[in-house]
Design a protein. Structure first.
Length: 220
């Protein structure tokens, strides 16, 4: 089994050491590089070719949000899990809209951080429970604003079946669960997800979920 190639980016050397120790104990994860600032990320990715980047938000020169946005704009971008000590709504949303596939708090138990890296490497988005609750609260509080109208305009590009799949993704269902609920094969679900991403100019399932939240579709 091929190991998950992981790049660590955090300005605190003690945090990096702790993460390296934690991840090094997982037989299926290989630490391929470390960085101390967001301005190093793209060069490190070019050199180490990671599958996943574990990225801090607060860094001295280029923060993790900006680094994530730059990285995810690339055609060959690895997945990004944002790791931080705080979880204010604006940081959660900024990170996810920038293309991060996960957002995990630093006080999350080590086993759950390792599991988050594995899930993201497998293509499944991951959010800590506290972050998920905040995201749901944000969606409920902004249904009537201009963000909802913009989100619904974008989703109008989808056909009915794609819209159903987008809503199911927004509810956090895995491909197999979507297939069962909508009476289609898993391969067909994957095809629909790929088409949704292409039509809407998105780069992962988290962004589909955010758009569904913003449009208020999960409350219908």
């Amino acid at each position: 089994m091929t190991a998950i190639r992981l790049l660590l980016v955090d300005d605190d050397p003690l945090v990096r050491a702790g993460l390296a120790l934690m991840m090094g104990g997982a037989g299926d994860i290989e630490i391929v590089g470390e960085g101390a600032d967001g301005d190093e990320v793209e060069a490190l990715v070019d050199r180490t070719h990671p599958d996943v980047v574990l990225m801090d938000i607060r860094m001295p020169s280029v923060d993790g949000l900006t680094a994530t946005e730059r990285l995810r704009a690339r055609a060959d971008a690895p997945q990004v899990v944002v790791l931080t000590t705080f979880h204010a709504d604006e940081h959660v949303l900024h990170a996810l809209r920038a293309g991060a596939a996960g957002f995990v708090l630093k006080d999350t138990p080590p086993a759950e951080i390792v599991a988050a890296v594995r899930r993201v490497a497998a293509g499944d988005p991951v959010l800590s429970p506290a972050v998920t609750r905040q995201l749901m609260a944000h969606a409920a509080g902004t249904r009537a604003d201009t963000r909802q109208a913009r989100a619904r305009d974008r989703l109008a590009a989808l056909n009915d079946r794609e819209r159903e799949v987008a809503v199911a993704v927004g509810r956090g269902l895995a491909n197999a669960e979507i297939a069962t609920g909508l009476f289609m094969s898993v391969a067909t679900v994957k095809t629909h997800v790929s088409r949704i991403l292409a039509k809407l100019g998105l780069n992962n399932r988290v962004q589909i979920a955010l758009l569904a939240y913003d449009a208020g579709l999960l409350e219908e």
